[in-house]
Design a protein around this ligand. Structure first.
Ligand code: ADP
Ligand code: MG
Ligand code: MG
Length: 208
């Protein structure tokens, strides 16, 4: 029950943050894309928020899966299947023991793997993968090797994601719409890496 509330609260915080950042994400996407990333993300997360409100009996895995399914159907574009499909399939990590330090690492790893499988982007492609990869590796190492509490591990992962977002600015896009611009994509921060950071910041704020 506490876990259900935590998931719903995290989703509310993420949704509110994306609403706040909608025009910023749109500006980033208008520089190197088609100016819809803010609208895509807020539409998807608002709908996911509505969907989970009446899932009183659901366990964390079902809730997280529902968020993914909703994002797939509402967000569209490149980011919908990447965010939604990957959340959907990674939600299985919570199906047996709910959300623990261990299962949260399994979720993060499965999520990253799916994003990479689906999108084919690597570090340096100038996508959400640039924020996500260092974040997931940092989170896993902090928990499994350094024996940190999930909250501290998440704080370190957010720092890593932030550096990953900064790294997207000076590089040339190799995946997604921004790649059509070739060298003209240089000097612009990637929208999807940025929204990934905002989501992680809100997960951290919710856990604190
Ligand atoms: P679209 O580009 O279809 O309009 P969005 O604007 O919602 O979709 O999302 C764009 C973001 O999606 C990019 O900033 C990038 O981070 C991410 N993205 C695009 N293509 C890929 C890919 N192949 N792999 C990983 N991320 C990608
Ligand atoms: Mg776009
Ligand atoms: Mg689009």
């Amino acid at each position: 029950e506490r876990q259900r509330e935590a998931v719903v609260e995290a989703l509310e915080n993420v949704t509110a943050r994306l609403d706040e950042e909608k025009s910023h994400l749109t500006d980033l996407d208008s520089a190197i894309g088609d100016a819809d990333h803010g609208a895509n993300m807020t539409r998807g997360f608002r709908k996911a928020n509505e969907k989970v409100q009446d899932m009183d009996e659901a366990d964390p895995a079902e809730l997280v899966k529902t968020i993914g399914v909703t994002l797939v159907s509402e967000v569209g574009g490149a980011s919908g299947p990447l965010y939604g499909g990957s959340i959907m399939s990674a939600s299985q990590a919570f199906s047996e023991e709910g959300i623990t330090a261990e299962t949260s690492v399994a979720f993060a790893e499965a999520y990253l793997e799916k994003v990479q499988d689906r999108g084919g982007a690597e570090i340096g492609s100038k996508t959400m993968v640039d924020a996500l990869t260092p974040a997931v590796h940092t989170y896993k190492k902090s928990i499994e090797t350094d024996d940190l509490e999930p909250l501290e591990a998440l704080a370190k992962a957010v720092d890593a994601a932030e550096r990953g977002v900064e790294f997207t600015t000076p590089i040339r896009a190799k995946k997604g719409r921004a790649s059509y611009l070739g060298w003209r994509s240089v000097g612009h921060q990637d929208p999807g890496a940025t929204s990934t950071l905002y989501i992680m910041e809100e997960l951290l704020a919710t856990a604190q």
